[in-house]
Design a protein around this ligand. Structure first.
Ligand SMILES: *[C@@H]1O[C@H](CO)[C@@H](O)[C@H](O)[C@H]1NC(C)=O
Ligand SMILES: *[C@@H]1O[C@H](CO)[C@@H](O)[C@H](O)[C@H]1NC(C)=O
Length: 308
């Protein structure tokens, strides 16, 4: 009887103190399972935290569906799928750390605000367009899906047709047409609580984070402005178009809880050397993995493992 109880206790404790699982969401033009991107990140994580459970988000039935979903679809629907997907994974039930790459980081923030069941502990975003982009990202040569995406946007980024089909249009913020953005963009104004009525759940969910780490690349030319990775945004002020987060009502009036996180020391602005998504391994390990992903003090109670 005593033996049985101590085994049960040992198992429960192991679960409670085990390494926090990690969820990845890839960027535009990429997919869940590319060995050179999310695969490489997973390998680095496992080389430092061998027992970490890592899940890479996939939308659709295949890797090619998933890549396609990064260009085409309705983000609000994709997020509902992701909420169901993450809720169905038993290993994530006690919460996880979320690592978002480029647009995937923005979408993980939206997951937290809209669902957050299971809950995110630390959110880390790499070059994610939190403040919106004021130029549709360029395509690499030979990327036909991306070229199709750009040609569709030419029909008018704030038309209902494009808004309901092109992902990048759903976080496009035209500095010279703020009204069009607020009224026609079906995703970003809502998720940034910029609409007429704000959603208090978005704020409380984001505030429930342990740490929120936003990384921008100092030579990013993919997202315009590159500081959108820190929530900065372009306005129609010709002399001084760039607004820092701290200068925006979104921060000052704390529409998303960012100011509160900042005042508590839970909001972090990092700069990574390099171009968009050129993540140096040293930077990843020293600035991200060790401080924010690796659980501290994973000391197992030795006594419980002794023979009874
Ligand atoms: C706020 O967002 C939550 C989560 O998406 C949703 O369930 C709720 O209906 C929203 N509230 C309002 C007033 O729109
Ligand atoms: C895309 O390429 C054009 C031409 O090189 C450049 O002017 C523009 O700034 C680029 N846009 C982005 C988002 O990189």
């Amino acid at each position: 009887m005593i033996l049985w109880i101590s085994i049960v206790v040992a198992c429960l404790l192991k679960e409670a103190i085990g390494q926090t699982p990690i969820v990845l969401w890839h960027g535009m033009g990429d997919d869940c399972c590319n060995p050179k991107s999310m695969g490489a990140i997973t390998e680095i994580i496992h080389s430092h935290i061998p027992d970490a459970f890592v899940h890479s988000i996939r939308i659709g039935e295949s890797e090619s569906d998933d890549r396609n979903a990064g260009f085409f679809g309705v983000l609000n629907d994709q997020l509902e799928d992701v909420c169901e997907q993450l809720a169905s994974i038993p290993e994530l039930a006690n919460g996880f750390h979320a690592l978002g790459f480029s647009q995937g980081g923005l979408f993980l923030r939206a997951y937290i605000q809209r669902c957050n069941r299971p809950n995110v502990r630390n959110l880390i975003t790499f070059g994610s367009p939190h403040g919106g982009v004021s130029d549709i990202p360029n395509c690499s040569a030979g990327d036909f899906k991306c070229a199709l995406m750009r040609s569709m946007v030419r029909r008018g980024v704030y038309t209902s047709y494009v808004q309901h089909r092109v992902i990048q249009a759903q976080y496009f913020k035209d500095p010279n047409n703020f009204k069009g953005y607020l009224e026609q963009n079906i995703f970003l104004p809502d998720i940034n609580n910029q609409g007429e009525s704000q959603n208090a759940t978005y704020r409380s969910n984001l505030q429930s984070l342990g740490q929120f780490v936003m990384i921008r690349f100092d030579q990013d030319t993919m997202i315009v402005p590159r500081e959108a990775a820190w929530f900065w945004t372009l306005t129609d002020d010709e002399q001084d178009p760039l607004r820092r987060l701290q200068e925006q009502a979104l921060y000052k009036e704390d529409w998303l809880g960012l100011r509160q996180l900042d005042e508590n020391g839970q909001l972090h602005f990092l700069t990574a050397p390099g171009k968009h998504m050129e993540i140096a391994q040293d930077f990843f390990v020293d600035e991200v993995l060790k401080p924010y992903l690796m659980d501290q003090a994973v000391t197992k109670p030795k006594l419980l493992h002794q023979p009874v």
